[in-house]
Ligand binder design. Structure first.
Ligand code: SF4
Ligand code: SF4
Length: 347
């Protein structure tokens, strides 16, 4: 099994293990670095590199050479490892957060405090802004002719889950009105009632992501202590039922101190509901690192390349056994692939 892993997939896993790259001459990069207000790299500057036979990886820009063994030589378009040429690579333009997609965070504030998430931490440094439907459609128009293939929407919870979902529905409807069915729309809400899933489906969303975060109930109770573990899984299962197979997905974080078998069990349970997991490396974002370690008794660690490959390989088996297909996703992370080893795309 291991012998069949493409060399470039191993290289991608190694890059993800470290998560950062030092760029020799940042100002000469062809495209600006991406600065996110949501997702694993909240508050950090990142670039996308494509190398080998189509592998795409998103990496944080290291501030010093000492932080990482990887360097991107902009002039020679070359990834170097420990000072030696490793893979030729091209920077890929991020339209808005990621290549080919407009992935927008509708609200950069959140009333919750998930321990692995930097959104509540950066909100004290940013002006509260809710992206109104008109602003979103105008933003999409600006990049529509740059190879745009889909729209993805996420949001913090600014007052209540229902209010956030209502706002997301208004945005989905506005996009549909403006662009018809030309662009698939993926949504990543916080949902704690079935009506939230129904509302988004009725508004016209094509794909949905509701995150497991940790499939280990004890870890979930620590890192998402404001949420109910069972109810969260119920929402994901319901989303799989409403949106259908290959249209619902969910992050399971690797690196919170869970057992290997827990991750596989989580991916299996989801697949039984027609939902595809994104097995996501924990990002020990400097904004939350010490508080997360304190909450988890220092169990948090970014997963090794070997762990990423093992889980992606097992996940591929799980998906194939249940006839699920990652390549059908048209939006969000399973389409982008920059942060994970994605089965059926990377191996
Ligand atoms: S619900 Fe949790 S993960 Fe989502 S933005 Fe709020 S704090 Fe972060
Ligand atoms: S994989 Fe997901 S979180 Fe990572 S850059 Fe792509 S869309 Fe963003």
């Amino acid at each position: 099994m291991q012998a069949k892993i493409p060399q470039t997939t191993r290289a991608k896993a190694e890059l993800l293990e470290n998560g950062a790259i030092f760029v020799t001459n940042v100002k000469d990069l062809p495209f600006l670095a991406d600065h996110s207000t949501a997702g694993p790299s909240t508050g950090l500057n990142c670039i996308f590199l494509r190398f080998g036979d189509g592998r795409l990886v998103r990496l944080r820009l290291a501030e010093t050479q000492q932080e990482t063994p990887y360097t991107y030589d902009v002039e020679r378009k070359m990834i170097q490892r420990k000072g030696r040429d490793w893979y030729p690579a091209k920077q890929v333009e991020s339209l808005l957060h990621c290549p080919e997609q407009v992935f927008l965070n509708l609200d950069s504030t959140c009333i919750y405090h998930c321990k692995f998430c930097a959104t509540p931490v950066i909100q004290s440094h940013v002006t509260h802004r809710i992206l109104k439907p008109k602003v979103v459609t105008r933003t999409i128009k600006r990049v529509a002719d740059k190879g745009l293939s889909g729209i993805a929407l996420t949001t913090g919870v600014f007052s209540s889950p229902t209010e956030s979902v209502k706002h997301m529905c208004l945005v989905v409807k506005a996009i549909r009105k403006e662009f018809g069915d030309a662009l698939p729309i993926g949504v990543e809400p916080f949902a704690n009632e079935e009506k939230h899933v129904d509302m988004l489906y009725a508004a016209g969303a094509d794909e949905i992501k509701i995150n497991v975060e940790s499939y280990d109930p004890e870890i979930f109770a620590i890192v998402c202590n404001e949420f109910d573990y069972k109810n969260n899984l119920k929402m994901i299962r319901y989303a799989g039922k409403v949106f259908g197979e290959n249209r619902a997905c969910s992050n399971i974080i690797i690196g919170l101190g869970e057992k290997e078998e827990t991750i596989n069990k989580g991916a299996e349970a989801l697949a039984d509901w027609g939902v595809i997991a994104s097995l996501r490396s924990l990002n020990l974002n400097p904004l939350i690192k010490s508080s997360l370690q304190e909450a988890l008794n220092n169990r948090a660690s970014r997963p090794s390349a070997e762990r990423l490959i093992l889980h992606a390989t097992k996940h591929k088996e799980i998906l194939e056994k249940r006839g699920l297909n990652v390549t059908k996703f048209r939006t969000m992370c399973l389409k982008c692939t920059g942060c994970d080893i994605v089965p059926q795309r990377d191996l």
